[in-house]
Design a protein around this ligand. Structure first.
Ligand code: C2E
Ligand code: CA
Ligand code: CA
Length: 506
């Protein structure tokens, strides 16, 4: 019930977490686009300068000849960004450019060489420009170089919020080409994105405080929280319904046990050599008032989980005593096999119960108690005491579903088992004309070596019965002989004093 309530509120708790992750991803994508646009904006003037430098490099080789100056003037006139193209001596002594405009460029950072190895870009100040400028230079010969000046476009936040930052940095120099917006400082968590130029050794960083990005999604947050609250409500109702249904089922099972609706059915165990009845396994059935009969698969786990397994077994044992008292007196060799739960092996109460219930009905020596190997016994010491107590009365102990659990037969024998019930999965391995079934044979041999009796379960085919008998397994149960039967039907069958007929295989 508590788990259902806690689980129901997971959607509400999850909304914040999910929305934060969504906002981070969205903002990162937005910043990435801005950074990439900035890189493209930054590259445009540089590309124009590079083109001009390439086309005038030859003319510039002749120094400040008219062919160069007229070409330079044409490029500056036609260019979108070009401010000047000039020939400079490497020692800075003589230079000329277009329109006789100013030639004074003051570098503010170290030049950065581009990938071609002969072109460099320098950040600095150009006399006519208020903003920082870029000088793109290429050496013509050992004394001269041609340089083009373009403005370094100031970064723009491209419609980002006021406290977003767009910063352009030259990868090689510690120079920044400027930044737009407020640097994060102590703005808390930042969402960031970076884009690099393939033309220039330049990188653009875009950043925004997470709080600003998250604030833009407040409306969505409210909607999501509302949806999550509705979802939580639905989960809560569903969870409570499930919990109530489990409680109701447990309540119903408790009532059914008290009302004696959980009834023992008896599946015959036969001697494969003679076909005679040697015993039975008691299997419970829930006989509902509406005539429906439920097999244990639909309630046995609930019985175990709710502690009802103990009163259920007690009620079953009382009914077994009443059902079979006379028959067991008539057939003193008949063995009655009763399934117990792991819970019965935790204390010795079961021994008292067996005494109280069977003292005046069925001799203890005719009783066999089955313990499944599928579930491990919690406390081995206590289990041994219970088994010793049952043995002391004269009852026998069978290991059910042998070979399907995780314990070895040797370990089971140390518990004091007398009988091994060979599970249906092994019997199913027997096919027509098979001369050996290694796993099954191994299990049978191991049981024999340990001095344990065997009973095969789930025998459905004549060929399986024949094979088991050939391997020395004499006792068997299964649909080939009979399913679990109502007490009256079982007793009639037992008293007919006729061997159970094993039908011939088709
Ligand atoms: P189990 O103890 O291994 O019982 C054998 C199961 O195999 C029974 O299923 C039986 O009806 C079924 N069976 C018998 N012969 C054949 C056959 O030839 N072919 C096939 N396919 N099945 C066959 P059931 O009665 O549904 O019981 C299922 C399990 O529930 C039992 O397995 C046992 O672990 C548990 N159980 C049943 N009654 C009780 C009970 O009173 N107390 C306890 N503790 N467990 C019980
Ligand atoms: Ca069993
Ligand atoms: Ca079994």
């Amino acid at each position: 019930m508590v788990a259902a309530v806690v689980a129901a509120f997971i959607p509400v708790m999850g909304v914040d977490f999910a929305l934060d992750a969504y906002v981070r991803a969205q903002t990162h994508g937005q910043l990435e686009q801005v950074a990439e646009r900035e890189v493209a904006r930054l590259e445009a003037p540089v590309q124009e300068a590079l083109d001009a430098v390439s086309s005038l490099a030859l003319a510039a080789a002749g120094g400040c000849a008219t062919s160069f100056t007229s070409g330079a003037q044409r490029e500056v006139e036609q260019g979108l960004y070009l401010r000047q193209i000039m020939v400079e001596r490497l020692d800075g002594s003589q230079s000329c450019g277009a329109f006789g405009r100013g030639l004074g460029f003051n570098a503010t950072a170290r030049p950065v060489t581009l990938d071609d190895g002969k072109t460099s870009v320098t950040v600095g100040r150009f006399e006519q420009l208020a903003a920082p400028a870029l000088r793109i230079s290429r050496e013509i010969d050992a004394w001269n170089r041609i340089s083009a000046i373009v403005p370094a476009l100031p970064p723009s936040s491209n419609g980002l919020s006021d406290d977003a930052t767009v910063r352009v940095v030259l990868a090689d120099a510690d120079a920044s080409l400027g930044s737009d917006g407020v640097t994060a400082g102590d703005a808390g968590e930042l969402v960031t994105a970076t884009a690099s130029s393939s033309l220039l050794p330049v990188q653009v960083d875009a950043a925004m405080p997470f709080a600003t990005a998250r604030a833009a999604y407040n409306d969505l947050d409210a909607t999501f929280t509302l949806i999550a609250a509705l979802l939580s409500g639905a989960c809560l109702v569903l969870g409570l319904q499930l919990a109530l249904r489990a409680n109701l089922l447990a309540f119903e099972l408790r009532r059914a046990i008290r009302a004696g609706e959980i009834k023992p059915y008896y599946q015959p165990v036969v001697d494969l050599e003679t076909g005679r009845l040697t015993g039975c396994e008691v299997l419970c059935r829930w006989e509902k008032k509406n005539g429906q009969v439920l097999t244990p698969g639909s309630f046995i786990e609930l019985a175990e989980a709710t502690g009802l397994a103990i009163p259920m077994t007690e009620s079953m044992m009382r009914q077994i005593g009443e059902d079979l008292e006379t028959l067991c007196r008539e057939m003193p060799g008949l063995k009655v096999s009763i399934n117990l739960f792991e819970g019965h092996f935790r204390d010795e109460k079961i021994i008292e119960n067996v005494q109280q219930i069977f003292r005046k009905t069925i001799p203890y020596t005719q009783l066999v108690f089955e313990i499944t190997e599928r579930r491990p016994l919690e406390k081995l010491g206590d289990a041994r005491k219970v088994i010793a107590g049952l043995h002391a009365l004269g009852c026998r102990l069978a290991i059910d579903d042998a070979g399907t659990g995780h314990s070895s037969l040797a370990y089971l024998q140390t518990l004091g088992a007398d009988v091994v019930k060979i599970d249906r999965v092994f019997v199913e391995m027997i096919g027509e004309g098979q001369s050996s079934v290694p796993v099954l044979d191994g299990l049978i041999n191991m049981a024999k070596d340990l001095g344990l009796d065997t009973v095969a379960e789930g025998v459905e085919e004549k060929v399986q019965a024949d094979y088991l008998l050939s391997r020395g397994v004499v006792n068997a149960q299964g649909f080939l002989f009979a399913p679990a039967l109502k007490a009256s039907v079982f007793k009639d069958m037992a008293r007919r004093e006729r061997p159970v007929q094993i039908p011939q295989a088709a």
